[in-house]
Design a protein around this ligand. Sequence first.
Ligand code: HEM
Length: 442
Amino acid sequence: MADRVPRGPTGVPLFGSSLSFAADPLGFFERSAREYGDFVRVETLNGEIYLLTDPAEIERILTRNNANYRKPDLGGEGLDGLLGEGLLTSEGDRWLRQRKRIQPSFNRSMLDRYAETMVADARELAETWADGDRVEGDRAMSRLTLRIIVETVLGAELGGMEREIADALENVGQKFRSDDVRTLVPEEVPTPRNVKYRLGERRLRRIVRDIIRQHERGVAREDGNMLALLFAAREAGATDITDDQLRDEVLTMLLAGHDTTALTLTYSWYLLSEHPEVRREFQAELDSVLDGEDPTAADADALAYTERVVKEAIRLYPPVYVVYRQATGDDSVAGFRLPEGAIVAMPQWVVHRDPRWWDDPEEFRPERWAEETDRPDYAYYPFGGGPRRCIGEAFAMREAKLILATIGRRFELDYAGRDDPELIPMVTLHPEPPVEFEIRTR
Ligand code: HEM
């Protein structure tokens, strides 16, 4: 076992590097990797964390050696406090049991069925737009993907809850902003932010109850969606699927299943608007594949250029910009010792823009995805990897392509802001201020 300790920034005494991390996590990741290399030890208020930006080692931790790691135990302070024992935050046997039960609701035939809803909902949104309208792209995409996740994987109807969910999510999201030191204030302190968070959380729980009730009352879809599968397993005797377990799974899908894809779409529209030559090629593909009709499930596979646009958008703006793991036993990483209990941060934000793996890393070039390359697999991991890889990857790629195609064959979205949007790393990477577009009929 290697016993060398990697170098790293020391920060101001007492606070370690917590302050500069909280002020600008993306910049902090970048500077640390640039100055100290692929494996960096960082002292923070709550102990040390290690930054890892070497694709081969990231792959090893997420895949071959994943048994030596868990998701960090943040004692209920992070997402785990909200999502409890749902698929994203649970561990061990409970996680594996649930992953196996839920997986079939993401198989190919289900994705084909969901495709119709994806297109219908996108069409309905497009029908509310007219030439010259101004829309807040991120809000519009977020409401659309929210509606889709409720109607597909959760098998329910959103009804009038759309607005309430959007408000609730905004309140909850604010707590996870890392750009100011107020995140260091404990949750019990009734700051305006903490009060808002509690309110948001209560609202969300009410919405989750409503979705579950639709299944209990028999008014939900019974087509093999996640909730239908879990209810069926419960009726067949699975006593571990308690009401709390159901609640955690629904809230997990509600959050994990819409915000990331909404961001993917927002960044895609923004980049298309800023790169007219790419947009022309995208439109040419829509015109030739769709032939004046809305897309079908089969069309999603044929939209090869659109897929490259999406892949390139989330290379540059990965909605999940860092993945964390905690070592459950000692490991050696890149020739250094990683002690049991240590937390490793593996930032896509840095690796996806590393000039060792990407030519002109800051450039938006969808065609790079058509080129032969010997770049390591984990130079790109927007969906994570190994057993905990995103269960919604195929769902998200298909949804993004179908929405881009359904809207993009009717309209162009021209970015209406003056400056590039700023990026705010919350749980996911959010643009600020809202990304406004002017709508142009094609
Ligand atoms: C572009 C869109 C998306 C991105 C970038 C994304 C990213 C990720 C990443 C990086 C992870 C792994 C986290 C880790 O290992 O710590 C993950 C896990 C997960 N994602 Fe996604 N995701 C997206 C869309 C979706 C969708 C559409 C759904 C649901 C329909 C979803 C549900 C989940 C769930 C439940 C997990 C936990 C899986 C497990 O641990 O078994 N995601 N996602």
